[in-house]
Design a protein around this ligand. Structure first.
Ligand code: AMP
Length: 426
């Protein structure tokens, strides 16, 4: 299907041409016609499928129509996303696809000085991209006016719920006009997301691309069994290969991220780290350096790496094995994006093998086992044991506990309207 079939305005088509896409991705083909009709939509799509464009293009089209009708007044669209990084990325997408339009967009997220965000909003913006926590503060203090709003997007809905944003989302949605188009994007569709959809969407159309909870097919997955004390040495060995051009390494703990980064730095690797204790400035710089190729390894914890889109990530390494299937799917979705090939490697100590087995059952496939040639699997000690120790608890039990927690939501904090306290969440 050519892009021109969507009925998007000429300015948007020119912008798509400029970024050089050959054809729409499956989620775009399925979701855009429905979004263009103004219908509510639930799209279940894996990361890296081109889902951002699937809501940004119809949104820009509707807003440019409003402009032509001389009805582009006030904030017309709100996009809620779980993390600051994702919010920034969505804004970048809007600016790129909207380059030929005069649509103004602003981001509202925590961890940075509020003044510049406030200035942008006061100037008048047509689209706001926000993380729920900061937006709540903002609405309370600055009386953001959503009276003209026509479109609400909930991006990575499953992740927002996981992070405990439900009370904030509820409070925000209460301030929006009832008559609006609501688009919800989610990598998975657990019960909580379904119930959110029932409450906030009106007769939604449903679009599902790929199987649920399955890793992108363009990612080649493998596992290296390795004693825990040799994980750093094995990573160092792997990084020597030229194929490892741009490598995203996931660890469980911030502390582990710090130690592993130091270790790699001392070994001459160009590396930086991304976790929630770093300032927003440091996080954006680390991401930019990674995107620009100034560093070739980025060590990250799950919470900040969710949803980030970096072109050309050749490898994702699970230095610490993820604690649930969803995190695994999201992590490895950072490579193999938009139908490019990518590789995901997991370093799995004996203590985590049961987790691997449960993951394989969940995704319905066996992951290839590999051994690194010329690597001394029997070496006694290494200077670093940067990762988290093997998970002691059974994964199934942990998943049950998480499910119980989720069912008990809202749990993070009671729904409080317009809390004035600034938060610093991911
Ligand atoms: P997303 O799933 O929105 O994070 O998008 C993943 C990647 O796909 C981004 O780098 C987009 O620039 C890219 N992308 C979006 N639409 C297309 C398309 N039609 N063809 C190729 N790449 C695309």
């Amino acid at each position: 299907m050519p892009f021109s079939k969507f009925g998007l305005g000429e300015g948007i088509l020119r912008a798509i041409k400029k970024v050089g896409y050959a054809r729409p991705t499956p989620v775009q083909t399925a979701a855009i016609p429905k979004a263009m009709e103004g219908k509510d939509l639930i799209a279940i799509a894996q990361t890296g499928t081109g889902k951002t464009a699937a809501f940004v293009w119809p949104m820009l089209h509707r807003l440019s129509q409003r402009k032509a009708e001389n009805k582009l007044h006030g904030t017309k669209a709100l996009i809620l996303a779980p993390t600051r990084e994702l919010a920034v990325q969505i804004v970048e997408n809007i600016e790129s696809y909207g380059r030929h339009l005069t649509i103004r967009v602003a981001a509202i997220y925590g961890g940075v000085d509020e003044a510049s965000q406030l200035r942008a909003v006061r100037k008048g913006v047509h689209i706001i991209v926000a993380t729920p926590g900061r937006l709540i503060d903002f609405i309370g203090r600055h009386k953001t006016d959503f009276g003209n709003l026509e479109i609400l997007v909930l991006d990575e809905a499953d992740r927002m719920l996981h992070m405990g944003f439900l009370p904030d989302i509820e409070t925000i949605v209460e301030t929006l006009p009832k008559r609006r188009q609501t688009l919800m994007f989610s990598a998975t569709f657990p019960r909580e997301v379904e119930s959110l959809a029932k409450r906030f969407l009106y007769q939604p159309q449903r679009v599902q691309v790929g199987k649920r909870d399955n890793p992108a097919e363009t990612v080649k997955q493998s596992v290296y069994e390795v004693p825990p004390h040799l994980k750093a040495a094995m990573l160092q060995e792997l990084l020597k290969s030229e194929k490892f051009r741009r490598v995203l390494v996931f660890v469980r703990m911030k502390d582990g991220a710090n130690r592993l980064t130091e270790f790699l730095k001392n070994e001459g690797v160009k590396v930086s780290r991304l976790h929630s204790s770093r300032s927003q400035e440091q996080r954006l710089k680390a991401l930019q350096d990674f995107k620009d190729g100034n560093i070739h390894v980025l060590v990250a914890t799950d919470i900040v790496a969710r949803g980030i889109d970096i072109e050309g990530v050749s490898h994702v390494v699970n230095y610490d094995f993820p604690v649930n299937t969803e995190d695994y799917v999201h992590r490895i979705g950072r490579t193999g994006r938009a139908e490019h090939e990518g590789e995901a490697i997991s370093l799995v100590p004996k203590g985590d093998l049961n987790l691997l087995g449960i993951l394989e059952m969940a995704i319905g496939q066996r992951i290839e086992r590999k051994r690194l040639r010329n690597f001394n699997y029997h070496a006694k000690s290494q200077p670093l044991e940067a990762g988290a120790p093997p998970a002691k608890r059974d994964w199934r039990k942990r998943t049950r506990e998480m499910d119980a927690k989720k069912t008990a939501m809202p749990a993070r904090r009671p729904a409080k309207k317009f809390s004035p306290k600034p938060k610093n969440r991911d």
